[in-house]
Write a protein that binds this ligand. Structure first.
Ligand SMILES: Nc1ncnc2c1ncn2[C@@H]1O[C@H](COP(=O)(O)OS(=O)(=O)O)[C@@H](OP(=O)(O)O)[C@H]1O
Ligand SMILES: Nc1ncnc2c1ncn2[C@@H]1O[C@H](COP(=O)(O)OP(=O)(O)O)[C@@H](O)[C@H]1O
Length: 243
């Protein structure tokens, strides 16, 4: 690991500077830099981004990986689609009682393409902040659009460096997801009760070159999948010092 007195502090990235939407909002350099935080934690701030159809296993595998990481003393956290949509990315119906209809319509999120884009943008920005703090962030979202996922990659890498974003494609066939149907959502979607349902009435754009491609196979357990990702993280130097 780099020591706090080692590498020179990193300046704000171009992307962070360009994120200034107004000349009146000026980037403020922080006193404690990322290297010092990562040195204390003996890890690199990394985003492990799980993408795939509903029911493919994102949450189950991410939870298992989180458990392994905490057991080995790493500092990790988990952002999960269903949970984040209870707060940061709440639907209009979740905001209206407290904030009123106008606010709820403006800031509440559903599943249209533009709402998913904003959902992933918000989560991407949070993930980038967490990785700047040296944390390992496990993010489990359907995130069906390639462009939205690529933008998160850019945001995370702009706050650090190439390799800080690991895309995990949980590649479970739609037929298996439908059979599992852990929340009964496919049944409802096929009956036409849920519009814009990924894989049924909405598209899913598979990653072209994910860092980790978990191809479904008979007998593969969530523990097997989590071990595979952890090994890939070790191999990629997540727990080694930055060069
Ligand atoms: N229309 C539609 N399409 C897909 N998923 C739906 C939909 N409506 C509700 N749900 C439930 O919401 C979870 C997906 O939320 P995400 O934030 O991950 O979606 S996205 O990344 O913005 O596409 C998803 O969670 P997972 O099953 O864990 O993937 C579903 O439980
Ligand atoms: N190898 C596997 N990996 C992940 N989940 C699996 C696996 N085999 C069976 N399952 C089951 O499939 C379901 C996946 O649901 P979940 O993790 O909520 O998916 P998602 O978060 O992608 O919607 C769970 O009920 C889980 O127990």
């Amino acid at each position: 690991m780099s020591s706090p007195s080692g590498p020179a502090p990193r300046a704000a990235s171009d992307l962070e500077k360009n994120a200034n939407i107004s000349r009146n909002i000026v980037w403020h350099e922080t006193t404690v830099d990322r290297n010092a935080r990562e040195s204390n934690l003996a890890q690199r701030g990394t985003v492990v981004w799980f993408t795939g159809l509903s029911g493919c296993g994102k949450s189950t595998i991410a939870n298992e990986l989180d458990r392994l990481l905490i057991a080995r003393g790493a500092a990790s956290t988990l952002l999960d689609g269903d949970n984040v949509r209870h707060g940061l990315c709440a639907p209009p119906s979740g905001l209206a009682p407290e904030h009123g209809d106008e606010f709820a319509e403006r800031f509440g999120l559903g599943f249209s393409p533009v709402d998913r884009e904003e959902n992933i943008r918000r989560i991407g920005a949070v993930s980038a902040l967490m990785s700047s703090a040296g944390l390992i962030t496990l993010a489990a979202f359907v995130s069906p659009y390639r462009r939205d996922r690529d933008r998160v990659r850019q945001m995370v890498e702009a706050a650090g460096q190439t390799g800080d974003f690991l895309e995990v494609f949980v590649d479970t066939p739609l037929e298996i997801c439908k059979q599992r149907d852990p929340k009964g959502l496919y049944k409802k979607a096929i009956a036409g009760e849920i519009p814009h349902f990924t894989g049924i009435s909405d598209p899913y754009e598979a990653p072209k070159s994910p860092e980790i491609h978990l191809r479904w196979r008979e007998g593969m357990t969530p523990a097997d999948a989590a071990e595979e990702i952890l090994q890939a993280m070790v191999d990629r130097g997540v727990f080694a010092s930055r060069s």
